[in-house]
Write a protein that binds this ligand. Structure first.
Ligand SMILES: [Cu+2]
Length: 134
């Protein structure tokens, strides 16, 4: 009986250590890979996203901030994930207050490729952008 108790205790210690190692690994990778990208909507060059093209990794967060000539919004029209993913990433509400921002986190399993979007009121003026998920 003593042997089993000792073995069980040993197993518990090993299990806890293993769980902690695995947890630490996931925490570290999350911290190391997730980053934030800031895009200004409307700037010195007029009705444009600055930068118009941004490269991120799946799981990253993109923040759009209202610059000049509002209102603006973000609507994804062509994404490798299809219309449902495009809709979930879109911010259709028009933002008219300079300096206001909103953030969108791309899912960790977002497929790589080019995510094209536009600003609804200024699409005709060429206010389009692209997020490249690498
Ligand atoms: Cu706009």
């Amino acid at each position: 009986m003593k042997f089993f108790a000792a073995a069980a205790r040993k197993l518990t210690i090993v299990s806890v250590a293993l769980v902690m190692m695995v947890a630490t690994f996931f925490l570290n990778t999350a911290d190391a890979s997730a980053s934030e990208v800031m895009i200004t909507m409307g700037g010195k060059k007029g009705l444009v996203f600055e930068p118009a093209i941004a490269t991120i990794k799946a799981g990253d967060t993109v923040t759009w901030k209202v610059g000049a000539l509002p209102p603006h919004n973000v609507q994804f029209n062509k994404t490798p994930g299809g219309p449902a993913l495009g809709a979930s990433l879109s911010h259709k509400a028009l933002e008219g207050k300079k300096g206001k921002s909103f953030s969108v986190t791309f899912p960790a399993d977002a497929p790589a490729g080019e995510y094209n979007y536009f600003c609804m009121p200024h699409r005709g003026a060429g206010m389009v952008g692209k997020i490249i998920v690498g």
